[in-house]
Design a protein around this ligand. Structure first.
Ligand code: DC
Length: 225
């Protein structure tokens, strides 16, 4: 039986960095579930599907084939043999991903893909509904959060460093808050802290401190010595 560490939280709370490092330390594969919602969004936009039309998105999502491969410590995704790369990290995808993620058929499809990944081995899965809906029975569940200012600062730095966009911190914050609002009020699997998940506020913590907090809360026999 594969072990799953589940980490949820809003954009920019540090989920990706924390999940990647925890995965490396333990030998668990890192799974970025948001990338699957971004891929669906990218494919909708590339094929002229109106992301504001849930029925059109639902019908189209059933056709998109996403291949998952275990590569260098993480699960990589391919569509028709192509890796999406930074094409799924643009401000345009940011703006359209939350409405796409409200569509039940999209969520059901991605939930099934995520659950199937246990066949690759132990996982650290990050997202918005991993602790509440995808792997609610995991004994290792975390809700990672941070102030809106801290989250916007991190995301803006990342966008500039990766050459994805050059938006002001205010614009990044507005986009984050708009997505948070949709993600946490949607009907299906909204973002919320699960009962029994450990909440970690990373606003004033270093990455190492957050990683240590996660590792310290895991079942003792999950830690490599
Ligand atoms: O984490 P991210 O910014 O890459 O997520 C992209 C979008 O997908 C975001 O609007 C929230 C949504 N999402 C979701 O609804 N459920 C998940 N498990 C992961 C992401």
């Amino acid at each position: 039986m594969s072990r799953v560490i589940a980490i949820d939280g809003p954009s920019g709370a540090g989920k990706s960095s924390v999940s990647r490092i925890v995965g490396e330390k333990l030998g668990f594969l890192h799974v970025d579930s948001g990338a699957l919602y971004r891929i669906m969004t990218w494919q909708c936009l590339a094929n002229g599907v109106d992301t504001a039309n849930p029925a059109a998105v639902a019908a189209f999502a059933a056709e998109v084939q996403i291949e998952c491969r275990a590569e260098e410590g993480h699960i990589a995704y391919y569509v028709k043999g192509e890796a999406p790369g930074n094409r799924i990290r643009t401000p345009e995808i940011n703006a359209h991903a939350s409405p796409v993620a409200t569509v039940k058929e999209v969520r059901d499809r991605i939930t099934a893909i995520l659950r199937g990944l246990v066949s690759f081995g132990d996982l650290v899965v990050e997202g918005r509904d991993i602790t509440t809906a995808v792997f609610p029975d995991s004994p290792a569940r975390f809700y990672l959060t941070a102030s809106a200012e801290a989250r916007a600062r991190r995301r803006q730095k990342e966008e500039v460093e990766k050459g994805i966009a050059n938006q002001s911190a205010e614009a990044v914050k507005a986009s984050l808050l708009a997505r948070d609002a949709i993600d946490s009020t949607r009907k299906y699997a909204p973002l919320k802290k699960a009962d029994g998940a450990l909440e970690i506020d990373s606003s004033d913590l270093t990455l190492d401190q957050v990683v240590e907090t996660v590792l310290a809360a895991l079942p003792a026999d999950w830690i490599r010595r």
